[in-house]
Design a protein around this ligand. Structure first.
Ligand code: GDP
Ligand code: MG
Length: 298
C-alpha cells in the first residue's frame, strides 16, 4: 500500500429528488446513476469511483428515504440504511428548504452513528442567498462535520466538496483498477439506461411500475458491435400499450435513445432489441425484487 494513498467509501443519502444521482454523475463523469425528475428512480446501490494519483473515493448512491408502502419501498429504505453503515463519510443531501420533518428525522438518525456526516445543501442555484442562510441557520445545532452548500447541476462548490471529503478519508488501498467507474455489471447499467428512457418518454403516464431486464448481451466476433436483448416489464395490460405506443412509436424512441447512451457507455455499436411484457403486481413480489437485484447484501 502506498503510504500517502487515501481511499474510502462515501454514502450519499437523502430524500428522493434532492439531486443525489446528479452529484454522482458530475463526479464520476459517466452516466452510472439514473437522473430523473420523478422521485425514487434509483433502485440500487451504485458505486461511482473516482481515482486520482493519491486517492480513490467510492461513492454509494442510495435510493431516497421515505415511508415504506410496498415491499419494494421497504427494501429501498433498508438499502439506504445499510449503505450508511461501514462508510467513511456520509453526505446527507437536502434541498434548501427548512422544517422538513423527514429531513430532520433522517439527520438525527444518521448523526447518532460514529461516521462523520456532511450536510450538503444542494440546488443553491434555485434560491436567493438570504434563504440559503436561513436554511444553514436552521441546522446549526446539529453536529454535522461540515456544511457544504452547492449546486450539483451547475457544479458550484463541487470541487470543494470533493476536497473536503478527502480530508476525512483514511490512508487505504486502491480498491478498484484505475479505469473502473462502477462495480456494477454492465447488464445492470444497460437495464437502468433503458428504464430511464422509458420513464422519461412516458412522463406521468406510468408511475413506477416499470422494470427492465437485460436478457442477453453478446459481442460480435468480427466487429465492435454488441447485440443486446432486453424486456421492459409493466404491471398492467393497459400499460403495455402505452409503452409500445401507436404503431410502436414510443418503444422505437425508447430504443433509439437507449441505444445512443449504451453505445457511448460501451464504446461500440449497439443493436438493441426490446420486448414489452406484463407482470401483474411485481412490485410486491419477492421473486422480482430479488430478480431485479434489489436485495443486495453489503
Ligand atoms: P435523486 O433522486 O436524489 O437521485 O435526484 P436526481 O439526481 O435524480 O435529481 C432530481 C432532479 O433535481 C433532476 O431534475 C435534477 O436535474 C434536479 N437537480 C439536481 N441537482 C440540482 C441542482 O443543483 N440545482 C437544480 N436547480 N436542480 C437540480
Ligand atoms: Mg437518484
Amino acid at each position: 500500500m502506498n503510504k500517502n494513498f487515501k481511499s474510502g467509501f462515501v454514502a450519499v443519502i437523502g430524500r428522493p429528488n434532492v439531486g443525489k444521482s446528479t452529484l454522482l454523475n458530475r463526479f464520476v463523469g459517466e452516466k452510472v446513476a439514473i437522473v430523473s425528475n420523478k422521485p425514487q428512480t434509483t433502485r440500487n446501490k451504485i458505486q461511482g469511483i473516482i481515482t486520482g494519483d493519491d486517492h480513490q473515493i467510492i461513492f454509494i448512491d442510495t435510493p431516497g428515504i421515505h415511508q415504506p408502502k410496498t415491499r419494494l419501498a421497504e427494501n429501498m429504505v433498508k438499502t439506504a440504511e445499510q449503505a450508511a453503515r461501514g462508510v467513511d463519510v456520509i453526505l446527507f443531501m437536502i434541498e434548501p428548504k427548512i422544517n422538513i420533518k423527514a429531513d430532520i428525522e433522517l439527520a438525527e438518525k444518521l448523526l447518532k452513528g460514529k461516521t462523520p456526516v456532511f450536510l450538503v445543501i444542494n440546488k443553491t442555484d434555485s434560491v436567493p442567498k438570504p434563504e440559503l442562510l436561513t436554511v444553514i441557520a436552521a441546522y446549526k445545532d446539529y453536529k454535522f462535520a461540515e456544511i457544504v452548500p452547492m449546486s450539483a447541476l451547475k457544479g458550484e462548490n463541487a470541487d470543494n466538496l470533493l476536497e473536503t471529503v478527502l480530508k476525512y478519508l483514511p490512508e487505504g488501498p486502491r480498491y478498484f483498477p484505475d479505469d473502473a467507474y462502477t462495480d456494477k455489471p454492465e447488464k445492470f447499467i444497460v437495464a437502468e439506461l433503458i428504464r430511464e428512457k422509458t420513464l422519461f418518454l412516458l412522463q406521468d403516464e406510468i408511475p413506477h411500475g416499470i422494470a427492465v431486464e437485460v436478457m442477453s448481451m453478446k459481442e460480435r466476433k468480427n466487429r465492435p458491435l454488441m447485440d443486446i436483448e432486453a424486456t421492459i416489464y409493466c404491471e398492467k395490460e393497459s400499460h403495455k400499450g402505452i409503452v409500445i405506443g401507436k404503431h410502436g412509436s414510443i418503444l422505437k424512441q425508447i430504443g433509439t435513445k437507449a441505444r445512443h447512451d449504451v453505445a457511448r457507455l460501451l464504446d461500440c455499436e449497439v443493436n438493441l432489441q426490446l420486448w414489452v411484457k406484463v407482470k401483474e403486481n411485481w412490485r410486491d413480489s419477492d421473486f422480482y425484487i430479488r430478480n431485479f437485484g434489489l436485495k443486495q447484501e453489503i
